[in-house]
Design a protein around this ligand. Structure first.
Ligand SMILES: Nc1ncnc2c1ncn2[C@@H]1O[C@H](COP(=O)(O)OP(=O)(O)OP(=O)(O)O)[C@@H](O)[C@H]1O
Ligand SMILES: [Mg+2]
Length: 306
């Protein structure tokens, strides 16, 4: 299955959340690959702590072409480089991956790569890649650039390609729990040039929303706040729920809700079980939210057409 992760705004928590979902599925034995299609800013290597690819994969010294997804999509190379996260991460606690775990592979962009121009053959190139990876991995997560970007246009075309006939795909749209983000995410999906309008209806794309960095007004984390502040947060939360419902982002369309996690606010990283249970530097709620999202991706009930 291919899952496209997108958002209208930048900085929504898309990459951090999707990386953690990839990690959790791999921990449970799935073979997972993560494709960095954020061409304007290919930094997913940093989240996996792969220092070598923290801003895309560098060229081999003296080579004419790069090795990453930029070069592949532009038709300059026949296969993009794949990094085995368990072996290439510089985070030592992750090196000894559980023996029951599945593969976890990152396809990074090119170091120094930026937004790309459309070129002849790019759609076919991408469709071919998705086809190959879908046959090899149980889950392919594609982290797209925000908004109606080159990457989004490209994959919207690629999914209609005959090469991808029969390949299951789903869309996750990330947004923060604020007025602007709710309106923006709704526009990206339901708007005039939104995903639904552009993808066509045959088959209709499956889309669900993920709320990120959400403050729970009833959380014990907020026990230091004054009663007036908590009351205000509760009122604001109700207003946002109403707004989300009106814009098509209500509960039935929501696949997951990730709490505000202090650890992630300061560092984009994978949240390990040891961070919660042994070191106690991260919250169990956050781990459970990633776990639940990872489960629901494959839960048919959550994706039934409404
Ligand atoms: N659940 C969370 N709690 C607190 N902070 C978070 C959470 N998720 C993400 N963040 C923080 O929000 C910021 C944006 O996250 P991230 O880079 O994943 O978003 P993005 O949508 O991929 O952004 P971009 O558009 O730049 O690619 C990061 O600094 C990250 O650490
Ligand atoms: Mg990102």
């Amino acid at each position: 299955m291919i899952v496209f992760a997108t958002s209208d705004k930048g900085g929504t928590g898309r990459s951090v959340t999707v990386s953690n979902v990839a990690y959790r599925r791999a921990l449970h034995g799935d073979d997972v690959c993560y494709l960095d299609f954020d061409f304007g800013s290919p930094t997913s290597g940093a989240i996996f702590h792969i220092n070598e690819a923290a801003r895309g994969i560098p060229k081999v010294h003296g080579a004419r072409n790069g090795r990453g997804l930029h070069s592949y999509v532009q038709g300059e190379i026949s296969d993009p480089v794949r990094l085995d996260v368990w072996r290439t991460t510089d985070r030592s606690e992750m090196r000894d991956n559980p023996t029951s775990g599945g593969r976890l592979v990152l396809l990074p962009g090119d170091q120094g790569g930026g937004e790309l121009p459309r070129v002849a053959g790019d759609v076919k190139q991408v469709a071919r890649l998705f086809r190959t990876l879908d046959e090899e991995f149980g889950l392919c997560l594609v982290d797209l650039s925000a908004g109606r970007s080159y990457a989004t246009d490209l994959v919207l075309e690629a999914v209609r390609s005959p090469l991808l006939k029969g390949v299951e795909s789903r869309w996750l749209v990330f947004h923060r729990w604020t007025k602007q983000h709710i309106i923006a995410a709704s526009g990206l999906v339901f708007g005039e040039n939104g995903i639904l309008a552009s993808a066509g209806r045959n088959p209709e794309p499956l889309v669900r929303f993920v709320r990120t960095a959400v403050v729970d007004p009833d959380s014990s984390q907020l026990s230091g706040l004054r009663p007036a502040q908590v009351a205000w947060l509760r009122r604001c939360n109700r207003e946002l729920q109403e707004l989300a419902g009106k814009h098509g982002l209500g509960h039935t369309m929501m696949l997951g809700e990730i709490p505000l996690e202090p650890m992630l606010q300061w560092r984009e990283q994978l949240l390990l079980d040891d961070d919660v249970y042994a070191r106690q530097v991260a919250n169990l709620d956050t781990l459970e939210a990633f776990e639940s999202l990872a489960d629901r991706l494959f839960d048919r009930k959550c994706w039934e057409m409404l």
